[in-house]
Design a protein around this ligand. Structure first.
Ligand SMILES: Cc1cc2nc3c(=O)[nH]c(=O)nc-3n(C[C@H](O)[C@H](O)[C@H](O)COP(=O)(O)OP(=O)(O)OC[C@H]3O[C@@H](n4cnc5c(N)ncnc54)[C@H](O)[C@@H]3O)c2cc1C
Length: 415
């Protein structure tokens, strides 16, 4: 391990990798410390049933301006530009065309109100149509988009993301996690399985205490999730309390994925989609046979994702099977084999899905992104003013933090 790098990067997720890419060739030495035994953080492609499956980020949101799209193209990685099937309901099962139109209109009207008549409370739930028939549906969407119920979402924060989004969602057949981890430059000097336990300011250095010893860097870029920053896994100097406080106002929501393998004769058609029950705020959203592969991905957000942690993966698979049986008939039960489940909330070094601002707290993103004392720099999806909660927002935040560090350090240390 390099003991005294110019810059230590804490966390090898999309933000840390973005910082490492920007620092490559800068002349500044880097050391990247990652607590997990693998790089990528919330970007994680796993192989199961012979196909790559993304447990975390999967979609190139705002794909037409997403820097990962360019990185994929430059590396010869295929980008699938087909429109997502999210808004369609296969054969209108359990969700008539009239209901779908009404539900989509309710969502659009709510989104318009957030911008045209934002609630004084800044609480996204206060823009709901009182007594509206589609509130449960909107709560389910809030679970997928923000990981939490509308009562806990800042209207201003949500609108900032939505306004900046190009609503163009593309995919990577080889996996988003594969692209992100494959983009880490060797110059990062990644060390896995090495959690930073404490950060201290020593003279003009930043001391990082790890089980493998203490590293003294001229500067550090901290990319850990808001759950980690606000928690007690890393002992921080009291001067960083405002950053911890900002992180606590940007909590991680809950989102989890369940993957089924499809076996035998079955009615599932490629690239189709169903919502399990549009009147259940905890419902799964099912992507059926993505890329024609023999899998179904069940996406759960908010209450649905919390239930996975509370009741366990077996119960979650059973509930998802029940929803598919209700829509497709009891014969499909024998075609569905539980394959893989995520556990982001239970992953101690991550602690949830992605950040959202609590009502009235959208400014916390700016507070969190500020450098400290020209030697501690903050990156991670939560620090992005508009593209938070995404892998490209994380990448851009890492590049921004690396540029701040380069400007602060100016030149490599002599010798
Ligand atoms: C279910 C799910 C679906 C998603 N879908 C999408 C999607 O389709 N599109 C999209 O753009 N985004 C999606 N996201 C969000 C996206 O994955 C994240 O916003 C992004 O990957 C976050 O990157 P990051 O670098 O900010 O944080 P992280 O990936 O969390 O990286 C931080 C790293 O720091 C490490 N760490 C923590 N503590 C320590 C310590 N003490 N010492 C050393 N290392 C430490 C962690 O282990 C982690 O690897 C999804 C996320 C989830 C969970």
């Amino acid at each position: 391990m390099i003991q005294d790098p110019d810059i230590a990067i804490i966390g090898a997720g999309a933000a840390g990798i973005g910082a490492a890419r920007r620092l490559a060739g800068s002349g500044l030495s880097t050391l990247m410390l990652e607590a997990l035994p693998r790089p990528g953080g919330r970007a994680w492609t796993r192989e199961a049933a012979g196909v790559p499956l993304d447990l975390g980020c999967e979609w190139l949101h705002s794909g037409d301006r997403n820097p990962w799209t360019r990185i994929a193209e430059q590396s010869g990685v295929t980008v699938d530009r087909r429109e997502s099937a999210w808004r369609s309901q296969y054969r209108n099962l359990g969700f008539s065309p009239a209901e779908q139109a009404a539900a989509h209109d309710a969502f659009a009207a709510w989104g318009d109100r957030l911008v045209s008549a934002p609630p004084a409370s800044d609480c996204a739930a206060d823009a709901l149509d009182a007594g509206g028939r589609w509130t449960a549906y909107l709560q389910a969407l809030s679970g997928y988009i923000s990981g939490d119920e509308l009562e806990r979402i800042s209207a201003r924060d949500y609108a900032a993301y939505d306004t900046a989004s190009t609503h163009c969602n593309w995919r990577l057949p080889a996996g988003y996690g594969t692209l992100i981890t494959g983009s880490l430059p060797a110059s990062a000097n990644l060390v896995l399985g090495t959690p930073v336990e404490a950060i201290a300011l020593e003279g003009n250095r930043v001391a990082l205490v790890t089980p493998a010893g203490t590293i003294r860097a001229r500067a550090a870029i901290l990319t850990v999730s808001t759950a980690i920053l606000a928690g007690d896994a890393i002992a921080l100097p009291p001067a960083l309390d405002p950053w911890r406080d900002a992180a606590s106002r940007l909590p991680l929501g809950r989102d989890e994925k369940l993957f089924f393998e499809i076996v035998g004769r079955n009615p599932f058609e490629p690239e189709t989609h169903v919502i399990g029950d549009p009147h259940d705020p905890a419902t799964g959203s099912y992507s059926i046979r993505p890329f024609g592969r023999p899998v179904i991905e069940c996406f759960l957000g908010g209450a649905g994702a919390r239930a996975v942690a509370e009741e366990g993966a077996d119960a979650a698979f059973a509930r998802a099977t029940g929803q598919l049986v209700t829509l497709f008939g009891s014969d499909v039960r024998t075609c569905l084999r539980p394959l893989l489940a995520s556990d982001w909330a239970g992953t101690a070094t991550i602690g949830g899905a992605y950040s959202h601002a609590l009502p009235g707290q959208a400014d916390a993103r700016t507070v969190l992104a500020r450098p400290f004392d020209a030697r501690l720099f903050f990156a991670g999806e939560a620090t992005h003013p508009t593209d938070f909660s995404t892998a490209h927002g994380a990448l851009e935040s890492g590049i921004r933090a690396a540029e701040e560090a380069i400007a602060a350090l100016g030149h490599p240390a002599p010798g």
